[in-house]
Design a protein around this ligand. Structure first.
Ligand SMILES: [Fe+2]
Ligand SMILES: [Fe+2]
Length: 135
């Protein structure tokens, strides 16, 4: 069983966004599996890098769609993205300097953040954007 399982309750109702979330979930499973296989540090660096890049891509994609349709919760949502983007960047920086806390803690933190953000923040825009024709 994977560390983090996608399930339909996490769907925001917009397939292109769900696919991006599944990709982020995939990075976290990759990281977890690498740790289980004892590959911790190298794999962590690679996945943190992938996460950093893909998080940026995903946040930008969501923000663009929200902005296009003048989603009322845009400002709050973007502020949450910005805060998380800074956090992921810090983690990556700490990794490069060799001062990163335990990989399992990081992995759990990322998983919890992503699950909570999707369930509590992303899902809110689902019906609004779907009604605007996003799919
Ligand atoms: Fe998202
Ligand atoms: Fe989001």
């Amino acid at each position: 069983m994977a560390f983090f399982n996608w399930n339909s309750e996490m769907s925001v109702g917009i397939p292109k966004i769900d696919q991006q979330h599944q990709k982020l979930v995939g990075f976290l499973n990759e990281l977890y599996e690498a740790m289980q296989a004892g590959k911790g540090k190298d794999a962590l660096g690679k996945v943190l890098n992938d996460l950093l890049l893909y998080t940026k891509t995903h946040f930008a994609a969501e923000e663009q769609v929200m902005s296009t349709h003048r989603y009322p919760g845009y400002e709050d949502h973007k502020a949450r993205h910005d805060k998380m983007a800074r956090k992921v960047k810090d983690l990556h920086e700490q990794f490069r300097q060799g001062s990163l806390a335990s990989p399992i803690q990081i992995t759990n933190f990322l998983k919890d953040w992503l699950a909570k953000h999707i369930m509590e923040t992303d899902k809110k825009y689902g019906p609004f954007l779907a009604a605007k024709g996003e799919k």
